[in-house]
Design a protein around this ligand. Structure first.
Ligand code: SAM
Length: 259
């Protein structure tokens, strides 16, 4: 939330504009949209996803966490490119998180999505999407103990299975390991067919889609102090070519602004 507010503020210095409306694309559980509404009584959010059962879960989650304020969150079942003003109100920020916009493999499809995100923005609005560099095949295992005592502990398995170097198409999976010993079972969860876009390609796509500014936000290295900042901020354009998609593992954000 702080990141979205900071990004909006960054491109609106000198204007009397405060971000109150958020749209979460590829919303899934709509956790970001719910947190946005919960943050301030003036906040409103729209969450868009094309999967009905997931949205129904999101609706129950919103009622549980927001109570009466759930009326300030609108869940819409649609492809993200098919729902835009005047069907829905314009917003101050469109967020496409958890690498969701990496589903576009083709530069024209990515640009088409960004054009549609831009159409949803008020003047001064920002589009925020995350992406990562540093694909290596392999898997990581994280043991999770849910807060809800009715749910058993399980292992969350994130697997980076394959990269096709020419198309930069990657195959990632999520699985869950439940039980122990002879009762141990692996539940296959999600499969992601993504493209590993580079920082420069994303900036180019955003500018091509009509945004007035497009920056890559990352954790900056402060040469004077000799360490990497823990806060995200816009990186110098000149260094973007060195962010190799298959180099070091790190998360970045594309932040694009409409004047
Ligand atoms: C990687 S999940 C991210 C969910 C959520 N943003 C999060 O961070 O947990 C991607 C979500 O995008 C939805 N989705 C995929 N393609 C879509 C599309 N073209 N339009 C709308 N939703 C889409 C899927 O149903 C899924 O819920």
């Amino acid at each position: 939330m702080g990141f979205i507010l900071r990004a909006h503020h960054h491109y609106n210095r000198g204007y009397d504009r405060i971000a109150t409306r958020l749209r979460e694309d590829f919303a899934g559980s709509a956790a970001v949209a719910c947190a946005w509404v919960a943050m301030d009584e003036n906040h409103r959010a729209l969450a868009v996803d094309n999967h009905g059962p997931t949205l129904r879960w999101a609706q129950r989650y919103a009622h549980r966490t927001l109570g009466k304020r759930a009326e300030d969150l609108h869940l819409v079942m649609s492809d993200v490119v098919d729902i835009a003003p005047p069907l829905v109100p314009r917003v101050d920020a469109v967020a496409a998180l958890n690498f969701s916009a990496l589903i576009y493999h083709d530069a024209d499809d990515l640009k088409h999505y960004m054009q549609s995100a831009r159409r949803n923005l008020r003047p001064g609005g920002v589009f925020v999407m995350d992406f990562f560099t540093g694909f290596k095949t392999g898997s990581t295992r994280t043991r999770i103990t849910p807060d809800d005592p009715a749910l058993p502990p399980f292992v969350y398995i994130w697997e980076q299975r394959a990269l096709r170097p020419r198309s930069r198409r990657i195959d990632c999976r999520i699985a869950f390991e439940v039980g122990r010993g002879r009762g141990r079972r692996i539940l296959r969860g999600f499969r992601y067919d993504w493209r590993l876009w580079s920082a420069e390609e994303l900036v180019e796509a955003a500018l091509g889609a009509g945004f007035d500014h497009a920056d890559i936000w990352g954790k900056r290295y402060n040469a004077g102090l000799g360490f990497r900042s823990t806060r995200f901020g816009p990186l110098p354009r000149a260094g973007l070519g060195r962010l190799d998609p298959t180099g070091d593992n790190a998360v970045f954000y594309l932040v694009a602004n409409r004047r």
